[in-house]
Design a protein around this ligand. Structure first.
Ligand code: DGY
Length: 316
């Protein structure tokens, strides 16, 4: 990185797996890393000279930012979700918004599956037993989990990741899949899934998994009112965005026995802090937003950014 050229500067807001970025340099672009936070005046100064940005899902690209940086040609989020970017403001300013769909579908679905198995087999409890030296003998009635085979999996948000996760669960555990999507969806070959309405997805699922984008309508969707309609002892997974759930309401549902376990790859707020009501709760398994976090996938995400940038700049 950081090689000089005269065809334009691409700035990154954080370090990423960088091998594919060489292609930008080979096409005459300069690539560099901002060494101050995006909102820092020093970053603003540097961005004045840039034609494109590679942003992270935690960077806030709002109207004010766009007003100051309307000279940019492309802002490419290193994520599939773009809820951190004011897309309307970008469109008005003529800035292309890119993201990294498809390449992270499998890794994200795998993480949902990891959380699902982790909560249904109560990994928090069971690994603590080993680590704290409380494993004294084989126990016929220890900390018991639940089977997945034959259970009903509800997918809220039947996009690429929701479908990939449902497919894996159906093939592995013969799960009955139902889904709710705000508009009609074509379902991938080999997956049998039944569309239901929003209230049925909450009331009929043994496992309810969230894969929707964060929008005004999905914000706070996992709340007391909806959780109260779920089956007793059901499981909840959220790998979408933390603002889709309310942490106090999830805690309430666990304490009421409605939720038997919760797997979260996203928290509200993010990162999770030690004053979160769910922090340290043994029925809650939390990962630090690592849905796309495999070497292969993160490399493919960099390649996706490169392709989008070259296309946006009319180079490829
Ligand atoms: C994304 O890319 O939007 C996902 O949240 C990654 O885990």
């Amino acid at each position: 990185m950081n090689q000089k050229s005269n065809s334009g500067l691409i700035l990154l807001t954080d370090r990423i797996l960088e091998a594919p970025l060489q292609q930008l340099i080979d096409h005459g672009l300069e690539v560099d890393l901002l060494d101050t936070p995006l909102e820092d005046p020093k970053s603003q100064e540097r961005i004045k000279d840039a034609v494109g940005l590679i942003t992270m899902l935690c960077d806030k690209i709002d109207k004010e930012f766009i007003a100051k940086n309307s000279h940019l040609k492309i802002i490419n989020n290193y994520a599939v979700g773009t809820n951190n970017i004011d897309r309307d403001a970008c469109e008005k300013a003529g800035i292309i918004v890119g993201n990294t769909p498809d390449v992270l579908t499998n890794a994200s679905a795998d993480l949902a599956l990891t959380l699902l198995l982790g909560v249904t087999r109560r990994l928090n409890y069971n690994t603590a037993i080993v680590k704290e030296g409380r494993w004294k003998k084989w126990e016929p009635i220890g900390v018991l989990g639940n089977d997945l085979t034959g259970k009903t999996l509800g997918i809220y948000g039947m996009g690429r990741i929701g479908q990939a996760f449902a497919y894996k669960c159906q093939k592995a555990f013969d799960m009955n899949v139902i889904y709710y999507n705000h508009r009609e969806k074509e379902i991938i070959k080999g997956l049998e899934a039944t569309p239901v309405n929003e209230s049925e997805i909450f009331s009929n699922s043994d496992v309810l998994s969230f894969h929707c984008p964060l929008t005004e309508s999905t914000k706070g969707k996992i709340n007391k009112e909806n959780l109260a309609t779920m089956k007793s002892g059901s499981f909840l997974i959220n790998i979408s965005r933390g603002e889709v759930h309310r942490e106090e309401d999830i805690l309430w549902a666990i304490n009421e026995g409605i939720l038997g376990g919760v797997g979260l790859d996203v928290t509200n707020p993010e990162p999770m802090t030690s004053d979160s009501p769910l922090f340290n709760h043994p029925d809650v398994l939390v990962t630090p937003h690592i849905g796309s976090g495999t070497i292969e996938t993160r490399m493919a995400m960099t390649q996706c950014c490169v392709d989008n940038i070259l296309q946006a700049l009319g180079i490829k």
